[in-house]
Design a protein around this ligand. Sequence first.
Ligand SMILES: [Zn+2]
Length: 264
Amino acid sequence: MTRMMGVNHATSGAAVWFAATAALPSLGTDAYPLSPAGILSGAVVCAGAALLPDADHHSGTISHSIPVIGKLVARSIEDASGGHRHGFHTILAGALVTLLAVLIGRFTMPIPGLGTVPIGPAIATIALICFAVKARELVPSWTAAWGIGILAAAAVVVFAPDNPTWFPIAVGLGFLTHIAGDLLTVEGVPSPTWPVQITPPKLWDRTPVLNAIWKRNGYISVPLLGHAGSWRETVLGAALGLYCVYAVVVVVARAAHVSLTALG
Ligand SMILES: [Zn+2]
């Protein structure tokens, strides 16, 4: 196992989104206030986006999404970015993907009875949520995963926040969370300056500990989790999963409270 498990990437993406938007009780304020439905749909998009960087690995979750085409897409990303954990695990790729999400977010269409429908985010959500669901092995087949993706996209169409910035923020946050997760493993990620790869001087390279943080090939790592797929990674993934459950309860309870107050 040389890469962090998809399920842990997806969970950490959702957890970071919840922390930013809804459930940081210690702060008392929300960094980015949204409606409860907007928070939940954003969390799923963020979880899906947290799987995106591994599209550069042709055996990754994304390459299995659609027969043949998924593998072709993953392989061309892998080639363009120089292989797994290279160019698609960088700040530059994160910026480009976020920019793409800004453009996708602009595809809206007025539909009678539904108002202005976010067509672009809805289509992107089908793909992203399908990956997120499959990565968690929640469903046995890709057909079921695509079905859930389409249902979730329908929810996005109905519940999407009015604030048009939610989509690129969820995508960018998820993408960066993935890179941060891989940074915590021994394998590390390319230096933030990619495609310029800066390598350490010889003396650094000969020093234990230091050469594990800034590697001979220019990769950087803060290996708190040990190797990808370690028990520490599993423990962190489980803790983040529990936090997500807590956050969903907080969001739903808050929504129920608001509607009860409105009724009373
Ligand atoms: Zn990765």
